[in-house]
Design a protein around this ligand. Sequence first.
Ligand SMILES: NC(=O)c1ccc[n+]([C@@H]2O[C@H](COP(=O)([O-])OP(=O)(O)OC[C@H]3O[C@@H](n4cnc5c(N)ncnc54)[C@H](OP(=O)(O)O)[C@@H]3O)[C@@H](O)[C@H]2O)c1
Length: 497
Amino acid sequence: MKPATFVLFGATGDLAKRKIYPALYQLFVDQKLPSSFSLIGLGRRELSHETFQSNVEQSLLNFSRSEVKDAAVIKKFLRAFRYQVLDVERKEDYTKLLRVVEEREEELNITPNRMFYLSVGPEFFETIATNIHESGLGSVDGWKRLVIEKPFGHDLESARHLNQKLNQAFDETEIYRIDHYLGKPMVQQMGQLLHSALSEQELRSRSMASIQISANETLGVEERAGYYDHAGAIRDMFQNHMLQLLMMLTIELPNRSSVEEVGPLKRKIIKSLQPLHKMDVKHHIVRGQYGAGEIKEGQVVGYTNEPGIASDSQNDTFIAARLQSNDPFWKDIPLYIRTGKRLKEKVTRIVIEFKLEGPLKDLLIIEIGPNEGIFFQKSQSVQEHSEGELPIRNQVSFLKEGVTDAYESLIYDALMGDKTYFAHWDEVELSWEWVQPILEAYQENLLPLHIYPAGSFGPLEADELLARDGFHWWFDNKNASNDEATQGNVPTYHYNT
Ligand SMILES: NC(=O)c1ccc[n+]([C@@H]2O[C@H](COP(=O)([O-])OP(=O)(O)OC[C@H]3O[C@@H](n4cnc5c(N)ncnc54)[C@H](OP(=O)(O)O)[C@@H]3O)[C@@H](O)[C@H]2O)c1
């Protein structure tokens, strides 16, 4: 791996502490960082290098997934860290930063390869990219890369504007848009795992009836009221993570794809989605907001009583959607997606339902979180069971390598210059294009906002969306206690791993 300077905007922020430093530390321990590596942390507050290093150490102690106890290893890791005050709006700060970066490169005797990681609010992305360009920070003999966090734009127009501005400083090959779902090992490997579980022939012959993708959270809005109340579930989850999950699943079926093919195949599937017209959105989308209710921890307030949320907020905390593709393989298979906050169960799961007569179905289940695995649930008779037929669940595939955090994997790929699991601009633009009529329908109040109780599975209208087609959401165990649901205990099937 080539030597690199990691320039971190937002070095004092939450994401840096919880994700970026622990990921870098793990990469260091696993010897997956360049041998000559330097990190320059940036923020407005005044910090000495030593205080910054000790803050980083503290975040490792709090959030690292491996034990942080070898003082010599930590010391060696922290030696690469420097801190520099920078206000994103102040041009002179970039000139100072350039000097610091160059000094470090000289000290380490390395070719300038610079990774600019923007772990700051999206309102700063454009300003920072412009200033990197104008200050000369972006003029390098080696490579330069820009890593940006979501959200990428607020709607189609703002995303296009942002991209155009970024392109004045970085070309598409140099922009790494993080969608941390793409960093999850199960998401990266699900195609391969599916193919090792079921042959293409089998997939075709079983004939898929529907696909469901759920990303259910039990948490409420937490500390992110300011951001979330303007984003909602549609921008926070649906436009990016959920559509990326759909793309990653459907590119792998029916054909196994090589890494080089991932981008074009993703674009093909999102282009094939039947567009919605804003007047028809209400037939395909259910919009919800959580009210007061009971979760595992006890009674919780409704969304509009959360700190920082306006009492008349019409923001969505839940969305369920029915999508249809024009692609010949997917044409007759409804694709259902839902995601929401304060739901009964924390789970990210894909369920492929096969066509079968009778109440029991064959299902292929891909669990992405909190547990990972691919299961085949077959509707077969269980003679010895007095209740008669019961589905049996077999774990058909699981991740062979140890757990890797999404940020470790994505930061490593960015340092290696591998963009496979980053969102390409075309995908981002096509996703916004598909979502735009929904945003307009929300804006013009063309579909109702359904209030659902915290601790439920969302509004009943989301069940009706599927019931209209003769389906239901799998594994919504409405009678389970909150404890059972959050632990993923679904008592209606048997495991047979
Ligand atoms: N936190 C998460 O779990 C999470 C998850 C996914 C995506 N994201 C995205 O990641 C980004 C960072 O989120 P965060 O949660 O870390 O935010 P945060 O905790 O609010 O941190 C923001 C950082 O930006 C710096 N900053 C703010 N204004 C600045 C300015 N004018 N000039 C220079 N630095 C400035 C702050 O440092 P000073 O106060 O020292 O200036 C701080 O380091 C956002 O785009 C967010 O949407 C976060």
